[in-house]
Write a protein that binds this ligand. Structure first.
Ligand code: NAD
Ligand code: WQD
Length: 341
């Protein structure tokens, strides 16, 4: 399939573009490089041994989005593009609502006009909000605790309403748990622009010496070691989940949610220990207060994706920390270093 991949230069998008090509599909990247670099596309090209078509564009530009869609002869769209930092969304709610929701509306309008009605959306386990249950099934009542999460929930609702209005839409809402790791080559990976918000990139930067120590947010949760438990999923498994969803969608009219997680929880301290083993480096940490908005435990029930998409995560925590370290140690300053070298 010829697949417009918005946000395809980003962390999850770049790994998915690689998987799509390896599965025989033809991704075309649309990205404004707000949080990514063309260097990521260059490196994916290098890994697959061919050029990758891409266009620099902003989905907030409705007319440009429409032109690209009408001219592109696409079979489907995978929509990664958007803003994703929870804390930033609390400080800049309008920017988050505008970027995430308006750009999705622009894209869906353009798709409708072009008659392209197969859509894979990057949703998030954040839509389970403060559910307070450890193991999330897709049919749980949803809720959110911050504007970023609210954008995902609103978009899910928009997609449900759209599918209900016209049965020719085939929509996958993929709820990612905690994507981590990198391609095993160490050539592409996660490259946060500022201080990382998420655990794994922060730990990686401590290991490589960019940051002094990790603050562990909370040591008194009702979990086996008192630290938060999450369902970390290797980004290469996540990428494969997109290919599986794309290939399964023709059999699924309407709008449907699938969790992409492993079903296994790991605590913050387990991640730190695994990273220390993988890197052979010390990871100094201090336990500090809980971070507002965090829950004790959030783990996927992944059986729906297994049954309906024929997909399951294959990689465990050791592979996640190993590959994250490979990327971080080979690219201590991310993509920027090579560009300016
Ligand atoms: P990322 O920031 O690396 O990738 C997003 C890409 O979208 C970037 O390349 C950015 O330049 C591009 N972009 C942003 N605004 C754009 C616009 N207006 N027009 C065109 N391109 C634009 O993030 P990621 O981690 O790869 O996440 C991809 C998607 O998955 C996002 O929608 C995110 O909300 C969702 N998600 C991420 C996580 C996670 O922990 N990484 C978890 C759940 C869901
Ligand atoms: C994991 C655990 C922290 C950093 C976020 C978003 C979610 C989704 C995935 C996009 C928690 C602890 C973290 C640190 C720490 N993204 N931690 N020290 O919060 O589960 O999910 O990313 O959709 O929407 O909320 O991930 O990696 O930030 O935290 O102790 O410096 O690590 O308290 O227990 P989270 P995370």
């Amino acid at each position: 399939m010829r697949v417009l991949t918005t946000g395809g230069a980003g962390y999850i998008g770049s790994h998915t573009v690689l998987s799509l090509i390896q599965a025989g599909h033809e991704p075309v990247i649309l990205d404004n490089f707000a949080n990514s670099s063309p260097e990521a596309i260059r490196r994916v090209s290098e890994l697959v041994g061919r050029e990758i078509e891409y266009v620099e564009a902003d989905l907030l530009d409705a007319e440009r989005t429409r032109e690209i869609m009408l001219a592109g002869n696409f079979d489907a769209v995978i929509h990664f593009a958007g803003l994703k930092a929870v804390g930033e969304s609390v400080a800049q709610p309008l920017r988050y609502y505008r970027t995430n929701i308006v750009s999705t509306l622009n894209l869906l309008d353009a798709m409708d006009e072009a008659g392209v009605r197969t859509f894979v959306f990057s949703s998030s386990a954040t839509v389970y909000g403060a559910a307070g249950v450890a193991r999330c099934v897709e049919d749980l009542p949803l809720g959110t605790t911050n504007p970023y999460g609210a954008t995902k929930l609103h978009i899910e609702q928009i997609l449900d309403d759209l599918a209900a209005s016209d049965p020719s839409w085939h929509i996958a809402k993929l709820r990612y748990f905690n994507p981590v790791g990198a391609h095993e080559s160490g050539r592409i990976g996660e490259d946060p622009r500022d201080i990382p918000n998420n655990l794994m990139p922060f730990v990686a930067q401590v290991a490589v010496g960019r940051r002094e120590q990790l603050s562990v947010f909370g040591g008194d949760y009702p979990t086996p070691d008192g630290t938060g438990v999450r369902d970390f999923i290797h980004v290469v498994d996540l990428a494969a989940g997109h290919v599986a969803a794309l290939e399964a969608l023709p059999a699924h009219a309407g709008s449907r949610a699938w969790n992409l997680g492993t079903g296994e929880g790991s605590s913050v301290l387990e991640v730190v220990r695994s990273f220390a083993r993988s890197s052979g480096r010390d990871i100094p940490f201090t336990i500090v207060d809980r971070r507002p908005g965090d829950v004790a435990e959030l783990v996927a029930e992944p059986s729906r994706a297994r049954a309906e998409l024929n997909w399951k995560a294959e990689r465990g925590l050791e592979e996640m920390t190993r590959d994250s370290w490979k990327w971080q140690s080979q690219n201590p300053m991310g993509y920027v270093e090579e560009e300016t070298a």
